[in-house]
Design a protein around this ligand. Structure first.
Ligand SMILES: [Zn+2]
Length: 134
């Protein structure tokens, strides 16, 4: 988990002067995990309204150390693309933005579930039976 965490908190690779092979690998890893993170966000936002700090803590519990610089743009993008709706509430004198999955978001989540099942069947289950099946 440590390796993945450090990849997720790595600065935007575009900020680096040289794009070494390692940098492009790290960027690719980041993209893969961002997909998992988006599905995770949708999953929780489909159950109850979520806000940034809360989802960051939830993701950390699952081993994803996501920086605010990645999390907030991701939430904004999901909202802009119509997967999440947002509403602002004042909590302790500060504006807190809550996100809820839209119908479009729930539909994507449902499609994701099918794909996750398919992926688990192949990537996890196939690996488990690899020694038996030749
Ligand atoms: Zn969770």
């Amino acid at each position: 988990m440590r390796t993945e965490n450090s990849l997720l908190t790595t600065q935007d690779p575009r900020l680096k002067t040289q794009n070494s092979r390692m940098d492009s690998i790290a960027m690719l890893d980041r993209e893969f995990f961002l997909g998992f993170i988006k599905i995770h966000i949708l999953h929780h936002a489909s159950k109850a309204p979520i806000f940034g700090v809360e989802i960051a803590e939830e993701l950390a519990r699952h081993g994803y150390a996501i920086s605010p610089g990645t999390l907030y743009p991701t939430l904004h993008r999901l909202a802009k693309e119509g997967y999440l709706s947002s509403s602002a509430t004042v909590v302790n004198g500060k504006v807190r933005k809550y996100y809820t999955a839209t119908d479009k978001g729930n539909l994507l989540l449902e499609e994701s579930r099918t794909k996750i099942r398919e992926l688990v069947d192949e990537v996890i289950e196939e690996r488990a039976t690899k020694d038996e099946v030749h």
